[in-house]
Design a protein around this ligand. Sequence first.
Ligand code: NAD
Length: 362
Amino acid sequence: MTQSYQITLLPGDGIGPEIMAVAVDILKVVGKQQDLTFEFNEALIGGAAIEAVGDPLPKQTLDACRQSDAVLLAAIGGYKWDTLPRHLRPETGLLGLRAGLELFANLRPAQILPQLIDASSLKPEVVEGVDIMVVRELTGGVYFGQPKGVFSTETGEQRGVNTMAYTVAEIDRIGRVAFETAQKRGGKLCSVDKANVLEVSQLWRDRITDLSSEYPDVELSHLYVDNTAMQLVRWPKQFDTIVTSNLFGDILSDIAAMLTGSIGMLPSASLGADGPGVFEPVHGSAPDIAGQDKANPLAQVLSVAMMLRYGLDQPTAADKIESAVLTLLEQGYRTGDIQSPGTKVLGCQAIGETLIQNLNQG
Ligand code: NAD
């Protein structure tokens, strides 16, 4: 039976519309092959929404996202809007979208593709075969805990305060996403905390340990965050799936991503409890190359694969897209940002056309 999905498309700004066009074409082709139909609804966000209606996240956009099965976002932002008051900036639209959909889990893969191994700053033998997923808690922890602010002490001195806090419910829901993610991957989960110093981390460790009895097929380990930072650059192959809090995840996901060395290749997923997830590249709107057919659409295309795997539970369709990307790299095609001697540089559109040929031949 044909499975049908409603997808909200948010092309946004800069290179967003160019890379989104490629992603949608790919989704249509893989849909035909896998007997999936997609109904697309395009909506405004970021600078494009500010220009059209004076609001970086119009209500119609959030409503459309809430009613869909998944949201595919490209990128927002640009120099033009950098001086607007904060509530009118493109980034405010993005944060509003994450809050509005209650996206508490952020999944950032860092995979070394053999064809791009030289893009990493680490030695090939250290990074070869690296395939890590960082699951970061996104709506709690020290970025949101109360009290927060800058207060005056009794002596009149200013004192800045942030509070790292997690409830059991918050830990459990991110824990479950992480265990389920590990089940779909290599079956290993490393929970990262600072339980030797922080009480909140001890609770985190205790809860994740308790949850593990529900996932006997996942091998759980624990590591302190400082050690994890070292291990990621020392021997990253030891990791499969990592779960951690908001602050630690912010830092560790960037370290893990940079093992790959190429920002135009990195997808991400943000998931909520039961509503639609948002799937988007890690990179921004790259205004310096917008409209020149120079953008690398692969992070966007790999975000489509994440949407199929983690948002719509269609792993075969996701596999097909990822393998078309690998074939394209194997064929020696690159965009300018990842070119190296001996490779052939193509524009954004031509990369999309080649991917479609690969999908049709795969
Ligand atoms: P950026 O990621 O847009 O660009 C950094 C550099 O990487 C640029 O040289 C750019 O040309 C290059 N680059 C990025 N993506 C590429 C791709 N797909 N193909 C080829 N080259 C690529 O970051 P920035 O320059 O710091 O920010 C530009 C704008 O994007 C800002 O307005 C910023 O606020 C916004 N931004 C948005 C997001 C998002 O939408 N999630 C994330 C980061 C930055």
